[in-house]
Design a protein. Structure first.
Length: 145
């Protein structure tokens, strides 16, 4: 718990993590030549192909331009994947965010940069690429990958 509080404090320090910085990789919006239904071996493969830059986090993008991809893994109780409609649990709200899909102890907020990134996409109506992880309860999830 103490480590999570420290992490939150550090992430909110604009001297360490100023807002408005360009994305560490060039955001990849739009058609990437990837056929719907393509299966990838891992998040590392997605990162190498520059389709999703985060190896752990599910939201990839930046607060200025929005999210260019999300990974839906069904790791949270409130996640819903109905194919064309996805209810996606954002980032934060856990006592220990390093535990994977741990129990939510608070609501997520748009103060978190990843959630603000998704909010920006909703505002601009820019499409967000969706990758599904294999451990989801969704019938749309791949068996492996």
């Amino acid at each position: 718990m103490a480590a999570e509080r420290l992490r939150r404090q550090l992430m909110q320090n604009v001297d360490l993590y100023p807002t408005g910085l360009p994305s560490p990789i060039n955001p990849r919006f739009g058609d990437m030549g990837c056929v719907v239904g393509t299966t990838f071996k891992s998040r590392e493969e997605l990162a190498n192909l520059r389709l999703h830059s985060q190896l752990f986090a599910g939201i990839s993008g930046n607060v200025n331009e929005g999210a260019f991809s999300v990974v839906v893994s069904g790791g949270y109780i409130d996640d819903v994947d109905e194919g064309d409609v996805i209810v996606y649990t954002g980032t934060g709200g856990q006592a220990n965010s390093f535990s994977g899909g741990g129990q939510q102890t608070a609501d997520q907020t748009f103060a978190h940069p990843d959630n603000r990134t998704l909010q920006k996409s909703a505002e601009t109506k820019r499409l967000v690429r969706v990758f599904r992880g294999p451990r989801s309860n969704s019938r749309y999830a791949p068996e492996s990958g």
